[in-house]
Design a binder for this molecule. Sequence first.
Ligand code: UDP
Length: 452
Amino acid sequence: METHVALLPSAGMGHLMPSLRFAAMLASHNCKVTILTAQPTVSAAESNHLNSFFSAHPHIQRLDFHVIPLRSSNDDPFFLQFEAIVLSVHLLPPLLTSLSPPVSALFLDTAAAACVDHLADETSLSISYYILNTTSARFFSLISHLPHLTLEGSCKNLQLPSLPSFSVSNIPPPLFNPENLFTTRLISNLRAVSKVKGVVSNTFHRFEPETIEALNSGRTMITLPQFLPIGPFKYYESVCENTSLPKWLVEQPAKSVVYVSFGSRTAMSKDQIKELGEGMLKSKQRFLWVLKSVKVDRVEETGLEELLGSSLLERIKGKTHGMVVREWVKQEEILSHPAIGGFFSHCGWNSVMEAAQRGVPMLAWALHGDQRFNAEVVEKAGLGLWPKHWGWLGERLVKSEEIEEKITQLMEDHKLRSMAQKVGEEATEAWEIGGTSEKVLGQIIETLKLKV
Ligand code: UDP
């Protein structure tokens, strides 16, 4: 019988993209794949991507999962959707049992992992559960221990058995507050770790060797399922859509442009946006800047002039070496273009892996969540620079001179460029025949096929 697996992504592009990429990888290994798509999506980017993905992959099945919406005007809408998915779990068993041939495995995003509790109690379902981890192995190694830890902000370092130590200042502040709703939800999702068969992850052995080895050593404080690094996840978009690169970019000299983007859902203050723009102009480097001022794309209303001010906007327009875009871009296509010489990024994990895959040097500005942990990985692997003292988003105003200095370093430091290139080569090796990620994916597929 055909091997049939299902995936349950969570909300936001940073969660959807890895699920779609992993789904395409499984399908290319002759698995039948169904994606449970939580509806309605939070952002237009998610619904647009789902539509183009399914039209390019007609062999992958879409099954809409109509979640019961939660209403609150104060909370992050993506976080509310994480919650809504978990609270709608009772609607999943009928969907899963309706699938033919029967599904043998379900891969759940970490933010939906608490669903395993309910699903595992449904005796009619004979399914193996896996987590699809959307962050670094490094951050996962911390959060997987959260249900068993009390974090103390007063210490400098946190040392857990067999893992490389953590700098407490890099831990996202909400995690120190056990009453915080985000923290309690994260903990309940991570309790499911002990019930899953494996944790599939978009990373590769050479990128995070110590953490990956420690996670699989059997000597961690808690018993963990197998950690399965199969990154960098492959790019599927090229199969489905035509190029959309800005004409300006393709005309620039090789490795001359800094790509500036802080992910799909980071909104900066107007003051910070202005400092950023001034800093880039002062650096005199060419730049392609994807500028967002709100978390959810459906409500982007503020015009460029209002955000940047007319003087800065005029100066950017007057130079031929800068370009600002507001709309969704195909980031991977941009990072693959020879004109790109550096990536100024918030260090969302997908962005990190997309840069690592191509050996593009990064300037990390870790803003919230897991990003300081991800930036540590970037720095340690030699993929980029991380000015730690810039702090969390909004902690201080990072001045244009500081930005100018680091952008110049990003684009002119030859040693950084060659170290980043080496990371790109190691990423490629991970996917060669017998490479670390290729082997682990092979093991996953074999296990899935054995179960049928
Ligand atoms: N992305 C994109 N175009 C955009 C903004 C983002 O293609 O205009 C993609 C990016 O390539 C990545 C994902 O959206 O795959 C964002 O995930 P990441 O983990 O980097 O950051 P998040 O948006 O979750 O903070």
